[in-house]
Design a protein around this ligand. Sequence first.
Ligand code: NAP
Length: 259
Amino acid sequence: MDLGIKGKRALVCASSKGLGRGCAEALAAAGVDLVLNARGAEALAATAEELAARHGVKATPVAADITTEAGRAEVLAAAGEVDILVTNAGGPPPGIWSDWSREDFLRAIDANMLTPIALMQACLPGMMERGWGRVVNITSQSVKAPIAALGLSNTARTGLTGFVAGTSRQVAHRGVTINNLLPGIHATDRAVALDSAVVKAEGITMEAAVARRSATIPVGRYGTPEEFGAMCAFLCSVHAGFIVGQNILLDGGALNSTL
Ligand code: NAP
């Protein structure tokens, strides 16, 4: 399918690896020029080079922490006018509800709620003026069904979801759509980190930890960044102009619900 976005310009945050990279790659395959971001310069430069060479698009790496004001300013200045914004950042650490301090909450809210909101506030006016834009926020399945150990994520991402629910309906008449993509368990470094925490806490093997979590997914395995990226690229396509303010769960059927 021709996604109709060849030559558009996308800012994909936190995209040297994992789900962000999956989104960047799928957009590049559709002919979209990229501004890529991550903190680690080396892996980011390698990803940018690889995607540019493989798909014949421009890929500009900007090494910065997207959760800081200075980092965002640097990334936004390099990005200029963007047609497509994919927000993403690392997720908060696991823990127990009784342990989290005010500072822990503020860090999580800053990274996973206020950062995507600030990026949207920066990019939406230009998109609205030009009459076309796409925003996809990478959030989490924890928005639909809380994950006990990820209370910081449950909290911050639900706040973002509320912002998107209201804002997406205020910008849609100008050709701009905002939607959220909710990953269930995907095979990325984040999944390895969460599984490693279980291995350490329970003294089981990595294989056992992965098998146990895979068994909670009707598909019987973790999702892939490629599958995730394909959905992101579709939401950014010309065909998705009537999809507004949705929370699309990619979890292999893990959430057991009728609707
Ligand atoms: P990942 O494999 O750990 O990749 C994270 C990417 O983000 C890397 O490129 C990393 O590069 C970059 N990054 C992290 N923090 C950043 C920051 N402050 N500024 C700029 N770049 C940053 O993670 P993932 O699995 O793709 O997860 C992406 C998001 O989805 C996370 O918020 C995660 O919590 C959420 N999620 C993931 C899953 C899953 O199963 N994978 C499930 C639910 C939700 P640097 O480290 O070099 O900055």
